[in-house]
Ligand binder design. Structure first.
Ligand code: ADP
Ligand code: MG
Length: 236
């Protein structure tokens, strides 16, 4: 079975370079793993939104992406699909530790993202965990070591980086900063800077925001490398 999957990874990856965005009417038109296609279908997602259509192909090709689109435009799947596909294509397993970090401004938003990840990622053999406080630090510490996709709030993540002995992000592949404008509004700029300093320089970073402010651009300058800018405007 794993031979079939290796073949599938090869086939899907070869398609990344020739994606024609004009032809992406449905999620089934995207070069995605069967696991993700099944997850999307099972969760009821058939037609991508504009930000998803624009950002996913760039992220699949390994580019850093700065995505701006208003609230409700579907930014969550614009980064969750690339997260799942990257770790799938890398054949990531629970033993490989943290491969992707998704930083959200609040517990509620982290929880919502985690729930979408659980549904869309249900067919993958990846572990996902919420690191948002509210539980004891110790219970999070025990789980975090074997978590592949960490969905977190900035303060709690930095606390683990400082205090959890076996937690390290040295093999991290992908950082997502979601709702970056709200992260900054809530005063987490220094916390996020400290988090980014703890991460490998060679990684992919996706930053999404409802608004493009100067502070979002400053954060992007610090955390992204040669990003593709994707902005989706009104009525989309
Ligand atoms: P944003 O982060 O941009 O505010 P969300 O990712 O939270 O937006 O999505 C907003 C709503 O749209 C959610 O209820 C989500 O389930 C729904 N949604 C997102 N993408 C799609 C899609 N491709 N098809 C149908 N509904 C979608
Ligand atoms: Mg959102």
């Amino acid at each position: 079975k794993w031979k079939t999957e290796l073949k599938e990874i090869e086939t899907v990856r070869e398609l990344y370079d020739t994606i024609d965005v004009e032809e992406l009417a449905k999620f089934s038109d995207f070069p995605l793993s069967k696991r993700t296609q099944d997850g999307l279908r099972g969760a009821g997602y058939a037609i991508p939104t504009d930000i998803q259509r624009a950002a996913i192909p760039l992220a699949l090709r390994g580019r850093d992406v700065l995505g701006a689109a208003k609230t409700g435009s579907g930014k969550t799947l614009a980064f969750l699909v690339p997260v799942l596909e990257l770790l799938w294509a890398e054949r990531w397993s629970p033993d490989d530790g943290v491969g992707a970090l998704i930083v959200s401004p609040t517990r509620e938003l982290a929880y919502q993202t985690f729930e979408v990840l659980r549904r869309v990622g249900v067919k993958h053999d990846l572990s996902a965990g919420l690191v948002i406080g509210g539980k004891s630090l110790q219970s999070e510490q025990e789980a975090i070591e074997r978590t592949n996709i960490v969905v977190c709030t900035p303060g709690r993540l930095l606390q683990h980086m400082d205090e959890t002995v076996n937690f390290h992000c040295s093999s991290l592949k992908l950082l997502v900063l979601d709702e970056a404008d709200r992260i900054l509004d809530l005063g987490f700029q220094a916390t996020v800077n400290a988090i980014v300093e703890n991460l490998p320089a060679e990684r992919q970073t996706l930053l999404f925001s409802a608004t493009q402010t100067k502070s979002v651009r400053d954060l992007a300058r610090l955390s992204l490398q040669d990003p593709e800018y994707v902005a989706v405007h009104q009525n989309s």
